[in-house]
Ligand binder design. Structure first.
Ligand code: PHE
Length: 342
């Protein structure tokens, strides 16, 4: 009687366990069939009514069934767990081929593009890059560069002064870096010094109170005007193509002697005359000259032993010509519709 009940229960249990749909139902089946208060326990409560021999046989059958149910539970649990893992893995699969959301990152400003090009050219000729402060001693901006008291460039109307004693100014050109380099290093010197400079100019299509220059300085034994010409011709040919001519016009700067202004042949019309060069065929590029012996002396270099050349070049106009920009203000207004074009 009990044996039959147990056998039937065992069959029912094994059948149900084999098809349990998930881990929760499997646990419910375990509680129902083999738990302490489960159906097997209920049946075995009748065991007290049996004889000694019958008890032993029932006990053995019960143990066998328990073991079978245990094994079936384990097998089914492993199967269900593996399936659940598979479902999870499939659900969490990343499709790495789906296009991502691109971050908008900025890019180099058009002015810095020009500067990098120019720096590359000078670095390839063996120049090092030097820097100086934008708030500079008037002594470095004017005095040591041979600019006398009362010179128009020192005028309060042209220069931003910081103090009543006129000791500090916003540098009006990058030439004070020449002074700093000569005072701190012994020749041979071969540097370029790019940076911001400031003049009291009204803003218009070609003027800004802040603009950029790049200064060049070479000091060594036996440096001549021919070295200056060779260096600047190389710059122009690298920027505007082989065979682009230069023109050196006499000029005056307090810190160079002789001094010149340098034009390059208009790269648009190749010297024929066009709107870009205002019909001239030439475009003004920079100021230059041989470093004045007094400037060398002011900076502790003996002009009997050394000579040098220097030049200073505006970068905005170069950028405007290179990228066909008609108004200087666009460069500084930070309008992304403009800037993202370059
Ligand atoms: N500093 C001069 C200017 O701003 C340019 C220059 C530099 C000229 C070096 C000669 C030598 O106009």
């Amino acid at each position: 009687m009990i044996n039959d009940q147990l056998t039937a229960l065992g069959q029912e249990a094994l059948a149900a366990i084999a098809v349990a749909p998930d881990l929760a139902s499997l646990e419910a089946l375990r509680v129902r069939f083999s738990g302490k208060k489960g159906e097997m326990t209920t049946i075995l409560k009748q065991i007290g009514t049996l004889s000694h021999e019958e008890r032993a046989a029932v006990g053995q059958l019960a143990n066998t069934l328990r073991a079978e149910i245990e094994t079936a539970l384990t097998t089914r649990r492993e199967t269900l767990e593996a399936a659940a893992l598979q479902v999870q893995l499939t659900a969490e699969t990343l499709d790495v081929t789906i296009p991502g959301t691109a971050n908008v990152v900025g890019h180099q400003h058009v002015m810095m593009k020009t500067l990098d090009e120019v720096l590359d050219i000078f670095i390839s000729m063996g120049f090092a890059v030097a820097e100086g402060p934008e708030v500079e001693l008037a002594a470095n901006v004017f005095d040591k560069l041979g600019t006398p008291e009362g010179h128009p460039s020192r005028d309060w109307g042209d220069t931003f002064y910081f103090d009543k004693e006129d000791k500090h100014v916003l540098r009006t050109h990058t030439s004070p870096v020449q002074v700093r380099v000569m005072e701190s290093t012994k020749p041979p010197i071969r540097v370029v010094a790019p940076g911001r400079v400031y003049r009291k100019d009204e803003v218009d299509a070609t003027h800004s109170p802040m603009f950029h220059q790049i200064e060049g300085l070479v000091v060594d034994k036996g440096v001549t005007m021919a070295d200056l010409k060779g260096t600047l011709n190389t710059l122009v040919e690298q920027l505007y193509g082989k065979g682009t001519a230069t023109r050196f016009r006499p000029h005056h700067f307090p810190f160079t002697e002789p001094s010149c202004e340098v034009d390059c042949q208009c790269f648009k019309c190749r010297g024929q005359g066009c709107p870009m060069c205002k019909g001239e065929g030439w475009i003004e590029l920079l100021g230059a000259g041989m470093v004045h012996p007094n400037v060398l002396r002011n900076c502790g270099i003996d002009p009997e032993e050394y000579s040098g050349f220097a030049f200073g070049c505006g970068l905005e106009r170069m950028t405007m010509m290179r990228y066909n920009i008609s108004d200087l203000r666009l460069i500084f207004e930070n309008d992304l519709r403009f800037l993202t074009q370059f």
